[in-house]
Design a protein around this ligand. Sequence first.
Ligand code: FAD
Ligand code: NAI
Length: 466
Amino acid sequence: MAQYDVVIIGGGPGGYNAAIRAGQLGLKVAIIEGRGVLGGTCLNVGCMPSKALLHASELYAAAAGPEFKALGIEVQPKLNLKQMMAQKQESVTALTKGVEFLMKKNKVDYIKGWGRIEGPGKVVVKADDGAETVLEAKNIVIATGSEPTPLPGVAIDNGRIVDSTGALALPEVPKSLIVIGAGVIGLELGSVWRRLGAEVTVVEYLDRICPGTDTEVANAFQKVLAKQGMSFKLGAKVTGAKASAKGVALTVEPVAGGAAETLNADYVLVAIGRRPYTRGLGLETVGIEPDKRGVIANDHFKTSAPGVWVIGDVTSGPMLAHKAEDEGVACIELIAGKAGHVNYGIIPGVIYTSPEVATVGKTEEELKAAGVAYKVGKFPFAANSRAKINHETDGFVKVLADATTDRILGVHMLGPNVGDMIAEYCVAMEFAGASEDVARTCHPHPTRSEALRQAAMGVEGWTMQA
Ligand code: FAD
Ligand code: NAI
């Protein structure tokens, strides 16, 4: 029986980063992955393929729409969907191979198959051909991730009614697409197909999009998406769906009561959230009971079972790749006797549409609810010279700082490239920075990052360029 310091179940960003850190720290480590390729949801059917399609479709829409023409570039682009999908897959394959290389580099044993816990310190891996390998582990790290939450009455067949995985690989551009759920997946993948020519209607249960996001940003974001041609049906619940060979008939009712209506579309994307994945994991053999939503609880990544740890989407917190990665690193550092730590107050969230949405820290609503006295600094991209030159003027930067200490409490942005630029504020917040620290830091001109500085200046009322 092979013996390990750490056996990690699940090869996503939680699992593979944990494995790398374990290798770096000299632990004997194995990673088990059932899907036949490393990288998890993120690399295979999540972050990376969605960003590949967002990038390609953004360029296509710019070339096909008035944007290129206004710049003096006249072209007649022709969509080659097969090639767009092929380049996505090529990049994904290269990335997953890269992770496999990193396993070798860090002396991690990569074991293909589905893992299950069989009592304390024992993991059994079943390969595709049915062969079983037994591993003995001082520590087991559960990193099994998540799967799409199903919607009763709307059976996902990945034909006409698809989840995110299906929506990343539609065989054609739909004439019409209905997206159920105005969250991150719905708006990113809805944007992809809208840009390629589909009529997109988003049906959302709540009376707003992107719940949890700063309301001012979410409202402005909705307006921008509407301007791009996306339609919204808010406060609406889907009560049933009938799929045929040609399309889907969806029954929708107002949440507040009223007459039901039938919406017809070529395809329907169900994107109402994700749920932890623990099927067949043998949790009962070590006495772990997930909660009603399937979440495995943790205390500094420790589960209720000695020697069993948990990280990523399968445990509490935002379902984000960088959160899973940070937990993987901290969990292994704790196993190795170091001081692993994740600062949950500073986990950024980005929606990779155009313009992007990027947020970190507290929203204005959260500060109000907590009774915290705060000041606001705001700056529109319409007043930022680089954004103006590039004709990317939608959106703004909003900085929330403590009214007494000036400590930055939250930053919320809608605008070009804000997903990359939010990292500046993450660093400032990690150092307990004040808005003045950012306001007095020299930023390169002409860049969109100057908008972040001007917003910080606004906290003390000395924004100069608007
Ligand atoms: P996962 O990535 O889900 O990996 C878990 C792995 O464990 C899977 O490969 C699974 O096959 C394997 N597994 C499960 N059970 C077993 C078992 N018993 N034995 C062996 N293997 C097992 N997040 C971002 O931060 N940015 C984004 O831009 C982003 N975009 C996304 C787009 C889409 C369409 C989707 C669906 C998600 C996106 N996410 C994004 C979320 C991100 O993918 C997840 O938060 C992240 O992958 C979680 O990492 P994880 O390691 O916890 O789990
Ligand atoms: P989500 O939680 O972001 O959004 C789901 C939306 O569906 C919410 O607005 C919710 O109110 C709505 N909803 C729930 N039930 C509904 C119903 N019955 N009818 C209509 N609307 C309903 O979940 P989503 O978009 O599925 O994404 C899942 C996870 O994947 C997220 O937690 C996110 O963190 C992660 N992800 C992250 C990305 C990123 O970081 N850019 C990209 C894509 C996914």
